[in-house]
Design a protein around this ligand. Structure first.
Ligand code: ATP
Ligand code: MG
Length: 651
């Protein structure tokens, strides 16, 4: 990226951690953060030995890191059992009665599972898997609703050394089939159905359709959740409750090699065909354990709620493995944020006295669109820490989150990371890092993040470039499943022995990292390169706008014209006058160069099922209307149809 890739956004608001939070923080000052961060890079053996030693290992490592770029081995020769670390060790430490999982179903049914109960359930289900001939290294698909059994299935699979691949319960049979074939899984764990927006999702039916073309699957275990009629194939399909009832003794938590595969997870597909990210055991668990401890400041009496689905990396690392390895109490919610009403999240926060909430910008923008009334009805005073992940958070959405949800008192951790990184890499530390709306701030321990230009030179302050990580970290992906060549090509071929994240970013004068958008989405307007995030945030800072996505359309004069797809807040009329006002607003806020050529009002934007805007589809619409790219991870195909139908807004 040439040096004309400059930032045009200026954000000067700074929020110091409160004295109250600061007085209890694990790391007490920025100096301490800097000292520990320097140690983690200069003397990783000391840093990671100290941190990893807080976990339970059945055999110690002989070497912290073996780095043969781009292949890393962490905690070489060590043995551990991931499920023992997430469950058994807390029971052994006398915390058996502590709630591990608080669960709320969409229809309002509830369950509380203590660590002792979780241990029994995990060991029992692990025995079921063994009884069905599933062995260490075998791949197991988990396709379930957000019920405790989803986490139990993940932990049970890990307990016997099998490799899970969780598929989000909203995906179709086609997506299941692709992932089944790519992973070579021989077993599927599913449910009859799940509840979503008041409807039953036919999970088992979807599995049946997918399995028509996958004869290598010999075991399907089905949890009864909704009770609707489903087909059960003799010899292949068995009920969860029948199988667990047969178990007399739970499976032991034997140790597996630190580099034993833990799971394969397919990325959300914002930029193309999903990639099968492979994570292994010791490094991944250490990364998620340490990051959960410091970034979410987990304490004994916290009620921690991450609103992601277990089908995403956020659900893997920050519902299951990170918080449970810390012995935290987690909340799981099965349903949608607007069912049965648009205040559902806040009702749950009040009911369970949630103290830590981790959610996504897409959700925050939806709450803003729905209006403050839904929030005001509930008592949110139990909250003490807020988190954001998934996309750059628009500064105005950050401000709303800070004031309306956090009551101005809760630090916000805006956490940048990826399926590939396994755990959070860039983030504030609560009580320590002064925050600014819209930036993930500074690298976490062990993370050597930088921004490079095309020649591999670090760019200067406020210059845009490619975000990279220059040193290996414990929870990094090990490869793309079954495809070392693609792994090298995608992440390691741009710069030598440096990980390419795929995002563009800049650092401000304080060294804070600002994500400017995906490299693939960068706009090129009259020779200037613009990140999408800044233009979108300028639009969202207008009082009428709920959400915006910006893409480039081929233009003879400018190279690319800026097209903005905009959804408005409830009660706002999307008039031509508003379109004109928005163009002017962007020009005022960040400069004439970013002024949109077209504003297209839309009822919704195309998103992945995890809520990320899919700009590549909008780009295709602008370029001619025919969608050629992969749409299997798209949330709602109708959105595309209506965008294509609506055509161009008057200029
Ligand atoms: P694919 O790689 O298949 O296109 P994806 O990148 O959307 O899918 P994920 O691994 O779920 O799949 O998402 C990681 C990406 O999400 C990051 O590369 C970044 O673009 C974005 N992201 C996540 N957290 C943040 C954040 N806090 N700030 C800015 N961007 C973020
Ligand atoms: Mg990605």
């Amino acid at each position: 990226m040439s040096s004309d890739f400059k930032s045009i956004l200026t954000e000067n608001r700074l929020f110091e951690p409160s004295a109250e939070f600061k007085s209890k923080a694990r790391i007490s000052s920025m100096e301490d953060y800097q000292r520990l961060h320097a140690e983690s890079l200069n003397d990783p053996d000391t840093f990671w030995t100290r941190e990893a030693s807080e976990l339970t290992w059945q055999q110690p490592w002989t070497k912290v890191l073996d780095w043969q770029p781009p292949f890393a081995k962490w905690f070489v020769d060590a043995k551990l059992n991931v499920s023992e670390n997430c469950v058994d060790r807390h029971v052994a430490a006398g915390k058996g009665d502590k709630p591990a999982i608080l669960w709320e179903g969409e229809p309002g049914d509830t369950r509380t599972i203590s660590y002792a109960e979780l241990q029994t359930e995990v060991a029992t289900f692990a025995a079921v898997l063994l009884n069905h001939g599933i062995k260490a290294g075998d791949r197991v698909i988990i396709y379930m609703p957000m019920v405790p059994e989803a986490a139990i299935a993940m932990l049970a699979t890990a307990r016997i050394g099998a490799v899970h691949s969780v598929i989000f319960g909203g995906f179709s049979s086609e997506s299941i089939k692709d992932r089944l074939l790519d992973s070579g899984a021989t077993a599927v764990i599913t449910a009859d159905g799940g509840y979503r927006r008041g409807k039953v999702v036919p999970l088992k039916d979807n599995v049946d359709t997918a399995l028509k073309n996958a004869p290598h699957v010999t075991t399907v275990i089905v949890l009864k959740r909704t009770g609707q009629n489903i087909a059960m194939q003799e010899g292949r399909d068995a009920w969860w409750h029948d199988e667990t009832a047969k178990v007399t003794e739970g499976a032991p938590a034997n140790g597996f090699d630190s580099e034993h595969p833990l799971f394969i997870l397919y990325t959300s597909g914002s930029t193309g065909k999903p990639k099968g990210i492979l994570h292994t055991s010791g490094g991944y668990l250490t990364g998620t354990y340490v990051s959960s401890k410091y970034i979410f400041d987990l304490r004994e009496d916290d009620v921690y709620w991450c609103t992601a689905d277990v089908g995403w990396i956020t659900g893997h690392s920050y519902i299951v493995f990170g918080p449970l390895s810390n012995g935290a109490t987690i909340l799981m919610y099965e349903g949608a944020p607007d069912t049965p009403h648009q205040g559902r999240f806040w009702e749950i926060v009040e009911k369970y006295k949630v103290s830590i909430l981790y959610t996504a910008p897409t959700a925050i923008r939806a709450f803003i669109k729905w209006g403050d009334d839904h929030v005001d009805k509930f008592d949110l005073s139990s909250l003490r820490l807020l988190g954001s992940v998934g996309e750059p958070i628009n500064p105005e959405a950050w401000m709303w989150y800070h004031h309306k949800i956090g009551g101005g008192r809760c630090p916000i951790v805006d956490t940048w990371w990826q399926t590939e990184t396994g755990s959070i890499l860039i983030t504030p530390l609560p009580g320590v890092t002064p925050t600014k709306p819209g930036t993930a701030t500074l690298p976490f321990f062990g993370v050597d993040a930088a921004i490079l230009d095309e020649d591999g030179k670090e760019v200067g302050p406020n210059e845009g470039g490619k975000l990279v990580i220059r040193k290996p970290w414990p929870s990094m992906l090990r490869t793309l499943y079954g495809d070392n060549d693609r792994y090298k090509e995608v992440y390691w071929s741009t710069y030598e022995n440096i990980y390419l994240a795929g995002d563009s970013a800049r650092r401000d004068d304080d060294g804070y990292f600002w994500i400017m958008g995906r490299i693939d989405d960068v706009l090129n307007v009259s020779g200037h390169r613009l990140g999408t995030a800044e233009v979108e945030s300028a639009l969202v800072s207008h009082e009428s706008v709920a959400e915006a996505a910006v893409v480039g359309r081929p233009d003879e004069l400018k190279g690319q014209a800026v097209v903005a797809f905009v959804t408005v807040k409830g009660g706002v009329d999307p008039t031509p006058e508003l379109a004109a006002a928005l163009k002017k607003h962007v020009a005022n806020v960040i400069g004439a160069i970013a002024r949109p050529d077209d504003i297209r009002f839309a009822a919704g934007l195309p998103k992945t099922r995890s809520g990320k805007i899919m700009r590549r589809l909008l780009k295709e619409i602008c370029a001619g209307g025919v969608i050629k790219g992969d749409t299997t991870t798209l949330e709602d195909l109708n959105v595309i149809a209506s965008l294509q139908a609506s055509g161009k807004d008057e200029d």
